[in-house]
Design a protein around this ligand. Structure first.
Ligand code: CTP
Length: 393
């Protein structure tokens, strides 16, 4: 069945459908709209089913439009029932108004709707905040959802390049949320979801700076927070601190998500906060976790290589043979001066190592341990001649 109008009549009441959230915001900013979310006012669940919408299992009261596949949610109203994070209930029903639904949203720029004539409904000054480039919370209910701390940090990563910043009063609410330990309610996986999106935005370092400025980063990643200056040097990149400078280089180098994760999170670990614990808590993908651990092992070896002999080069190349290109990229980003010197040498040493012909040794009758030892000896010899040629050793 077709649902061809944003105003439908079901039974006696009139149902209204509005485009909401990020789609309205992005349209007003002149940005491409990716997902379109809709709010339905004046309808019941039965009305939605009668119109042919498909319920999304487990995500009440959200439905999928049978033709467009877009999400339509019944308008919701939040009512405070007690103190704290879970101290509110969400109601839905044909009497919930559009304004009540917009009031429960996080930021004013996300709390606008557009009707079918293209009229913007903006009860909280979202349009003005778009012009003023302000990320401002809608109501004190902002503080009831700790994910919103991460979301505003993520929106900063996305929109800072357009001049957006966190409103003063919102920063105050964020500080209170961080101090109250609101983030402790979140699972690592949820944190990673937001962080992963932030890392691929235009200025991912803003995500960490905004969380740091309100005190939340210290709760999440204390070691990383202690490596950042208290107030970021907006005008002076010299004052960014090493983790931010590295992340900026990762963005300039168009590094992948896995690489960006390693670039910043290498500063979040120490003996008390081991890498495996961090990646397990965040539930990052296995290959990212493996790259992270390999980088942390490779980093001190790379720093020592300029003093190292052919054996050290061979050991490095052998041990990390499965991820050499990625480690090379990380070295370029994290220790560019050293990488400039080391990368061509490592490449030549690897080629020299591979030029040793195992089959030839086997033909000479070498097997097992003897084959292994002779192979290693010849590989080291080949690498040594590369190092001598370069004047390294
Ligand atoms: N929203 C909220 N609080 C949350 C999550 C979502 O208030 N914790 C509201 C916001 O109004 C948001 C809308 O739900 O605009 C849709 O959420 P989502 O699709 O996650 O985000 P978008 O704002 O559309 O942003 P993005 O472009 O990143 O998808």
């Amino acid at each position: 069945m077709g649902i061809d109008s944003s105003q439908s009549r079901v039974g006696k009441q009139s149902v209204e459908m509005y485009l909401v959230g990020g789609a309205v915001r992005d349209k007003l900013l002149g940005l491409p709209v990716k997902d379109r979310d809709w709010v339905v006012v004046g309808a019941t669940v039965e009305d939605m089913l009668e119109m042919g919408f498909q319920p999304v299992p487990g995500v009440f009261p959200v439905f999928i439009h049978p033709q467009t596949g877009e999400e339509y949610a019944l308008a919701r109203r939040e009512t405070k029932t007690g103190p704290g994070y879970h101290g509110f209930s969400v109601e839905t029903g044909p009497d919930v108004t559009l304004e009540q639904d917009l009031a429960r949203r996080d930021l004013t720029i996300n709390a606008m709707a557009e009707d079918e004539r293209g009229t913007i409904i903006d009860p909280f000054g979202g349009r003005k905040d778009l012009q003023r480039r302000l990320l401002r919370h809608v109501t004190p209910a902002f503080a009831e959802d700790p994910v919103r701390l991460l979301r505003i940090a993520r929106f900063s990563a996305r929109f800072s390049s357009l001049g957006f910043h966190v409103a003063h009063e919102t920063h105050g609410v964020m500080k209170e949320m961080a101090a109250a330990g609101e983030l402790a309610h979140l699972q690592g996986q949820r944190i990673w979801q937001e962080m992963a999106r932030a890392l691929m935005e235009a200025q991912p370092w803003r995500f960490f700076q905004v969380l740091h400025a309100c005190g939340a980063l210290g709760r999440l990643f204390p070691v990383l927070a202690s490596a950042l200056p208290d107030s970021p040097g907006d005008e002076n990149p010299e004052e960014d601190g090493e983790p931010i400078a590295v992340l900026k280089r990762a963005v300039t180098g168009k590094a992948s998500l896995a690489l960006r994760f390693v670039c910043i999170m290498q500063y979040a670990v120490d003996a008390g906060h081991p890498a495996s614990q961090l990646t397990a808590w965040l539930a990052v993908e296995k290959k990212t976790a493996t790259l992270f651990e390999n980088w942390l092992l490779a980093r001190p070896l790379l720093l020592d290589l300029p003093k190292g002999n052919a054996r050290a080069y061979r050991q490095y190349l052998q041990r990390f043979r499965h991820c050499l290109p990625q480690l090379g990229q990380l070295a370029q980003i994290c220790m560019p001066h050293l990488a400039e010197q080391l990368s061509p040498l490592l490449e030549q040493a690897r080629a020299a190592m591979l030029s040793v012909d195992v089959a030839e040794l086997q033909e000479q009758g070498l097997q097992g341990r003897f084959l292994g030892e002779e192979l290693r000896r010849r590989q080291e010899q080949a690498i040594a001649s590369v190092l001598r040629g370069s004047g390294e050793n």
